[in-house]
Write a new protein. Structure first.
Length: 243
């Protein structure tokens, strides 16, 4: 009943669709997808499953048509300095980062990387997360939710499989309901523990697949010590991760 109301369709018609007695047209599929807040890539799959042509285009981020939105992302990254900011796609590939982001996360300068493999898999990035046993399970749940909410996506499913393998032997912290309101990573840099909080920005009204799947992770200092760290780091030369 709730879906029928949100999609502005009769409950009887929705029932006919669910039982295969009625074949929906493109407009009905779009209304249902909009009501369920299905990502554009998965809407195209839904349309094809219904025997219809996909309607949402997918163009490379380098395409001229995307330039105004690419510039918007770039301005957001630049304006967020001296705090880190990262551009990530549907599969957790790191697409871009601002200077502070590359300084704080040197792996970002090593070419294309996947954040699930880099942050959850064994290695220096994972070792820098001081509260890994608290943060990683939340990270894993987020990936599981994305897989559950998406259509058939072998690449995303493989990513989840790897993430679960990385977490197999991790002793998970029991989360205290009265503790932090938001679970955020603490990074050990030298003899300091840098506490951060992050928010996600994205194009909420995108009608193109690539832009719909991009998100910008904005990292902020959680306390004065972290703020001082980022501001001091901004005065130092940028050092790339060693191979």
């Amino acid at each position: 009943m709730d879906l029928a109301a949100r999609a502005d369709l009769s409950q009887r018609y929705v029932s006919f669709i669910e039982t295969g007695r009625s074949r929906p047209g493109a407009s009905v599929v779009q209304r249902v997808a909009e009501a369920l807040e299905i990502p554009l890539r998965d809407r195209n799959i839904l349309l094809q499953t219904a025997g219809l042509a996909p309607i949402y285009p997918e163009v490379p981020l380098s395409d001229d048509a995307v330039e105004p939105f690419r510039n918007t992302i770039r301005k957001m990254l630049e304006s967020h300095d001296p705090y880190p900011a990262y551009v990530i796609n549907r599969w957790w590939d790191l697409i871009d980062a601002n200077i502070a982001g590359r300084r704080f996360f040197p792996e970002a300068g090593d070419g294309p990387i996947n954040l699930v493999d880099t942050m959850l898999g064994p290695g220096p990035a994972r070792e820098r997360v001081d509260n890994f046993s608290a943060v990683a399970p939340v990270f894993l749940r987020r990936i599981r939710r994305e897989v559950a909410d998406s259509g058939p996506d072998e690449r995303l499913q493989q990513l989840l499989t790897r993430a679960e393998a990385y977490m197999k032997d991790v002793l998970v912290d029991v989360i205290d309901a009265g503790a932090d309101l938001v679970v955020c990573p603490h990074f050990r840099i030298g003899d300091q523990v840098i506490k951060t909080v992050s928010m996600v920005a994205r194009f909420g009204t995108a009608r193109e697949v690539t832009l719909d799947e991009l998100r910008v992770e904005l990292v902020f200092p959680r306390d004065d010590e972290a703020d001082a760290f980022f501001r001091q780091s901004a005065q130092e030369p940028l050092q790339e991760a060693s191979s």
